[in-house]
Write a new protein. Structure first.
Length: 277
């Protein structure tokens, strides 16, 4: 089902969402889909160059899209973003934590073993994925706690279930997000309101700027050996497209999932189900 079809199934009119990493490939599709369902969406990203392009992708029934530059690992930056959201759209209802990624500086290669990965490379990936999810929840979800309703969607990964070779920091950080999602769901429901839900999705393999160097041979434009192994281990026989995530994302954010909290949903083309034989 494509994005346009999905947008006719859900109605978020009058709701305000924030999407960290909303100018990226995966986050941008979520921004377009939410706005297409009537939501007002604030893009939180370091680079807002795609903001105009995102606005051009939505139809006449769409909500508004705006953006503010944010460092998801900086409390002051997030606090300023929260104030900007309130001024522009009013109280925040939903938070999608799509910011995250890996780095060549934290990736084992033929020239750099695990024992040689620099501390700054490890810290960058761990901070980006763990703090970059926890801190937006700390700062922005306070509004949900005070209002007694809201929804949070975090981005975990298949690496949380099946740690892949060479990317220890990324795998560990995504496992932490899966655990944190369950913890925060219980915390919000028990201490504030059962109308505040927290879930995550675990994307399989989607091609983005952070993993392109691992999946695509820069010289030939074809798969690397690693990329080919991933495709071979995915029963559907391909990498995911950004639109492939939207069905699960919109469902988890919508009232259709009103009794669903604390879970992580794999969206992986069957990767996690396949034993390889």
């Amino acid at each position: 089902m494509n994005r346009d079809d999905l947008m006719h199934m859900y109605d978020f009119t009058g709701k305000t969402f924030a999407v960290t990493g909303g100018a990226g490939a995966l986050g941008g599709d979520v921004v377009i889909a939410l706005a297409g369902c009537g939501a007002n969406v604030m893009v939180l990203d370091r680079n807002l160059a795609r903001l105009s392009a995102l606005r051009e992708c939505v139809g006449p029934r769409a909500g508004e899209i705006d953006g503010v530059q944010v460092d998801v690992m900086n409390r002051e930056s997030l606090t300023a973003a929260g104030e900007a959201i309130n001024r522009r759209f009013g109280a925040l209802y939903g938070l999608v934590n799509a910011a995250g990624g890996n780095s060549p500086r934290a990736t084992c290669t033929a020239d750099m073993s695990f024992f040689d990965i620099p501390e700054e490379g490890l810290r960058f990936v761990l901070d980006l994925n763990i703090l970059g999810t926890m801190m937006p929840c700390q700062v922005l979800a306070r509004q949900m706690a005070e209002a007694g309703e809201g929804v949070i969607l975090n981005y975990s990964s298949m690496n949380a279930y099946r740690p892949l070779t060479n990317i220890a920091a990324y795998s560990a950080s995504k496992a932490a997000i899966t655990n944190f999602t369950s913890w925060l769901a219980v915390y919000m429901a028990q201490n504030f309101s059962g109308k505040i839900r927290v879930n995550a999705i675990a994307p399989g393999f989607f091609l983005g700027e952070q993993n392109r160097f691992l999946m695509i041979d820069q010289a030939t434009g074809g798969w690397t050996a690693r990329g080919q192994r991933v495709v071979d281990h995915t029963p559907m026989g391909r990498l995911g497209n950004p639109e492939d995530l939207l069905g699960a994302v919109l469902w988890l954010l919508s009232p259709a999932a009103s009794f669903v909290t604390g879970i992580t949903v794999p969206v992986d083309g069957g990767f996690s189900a396949y034993a390889g034989v």
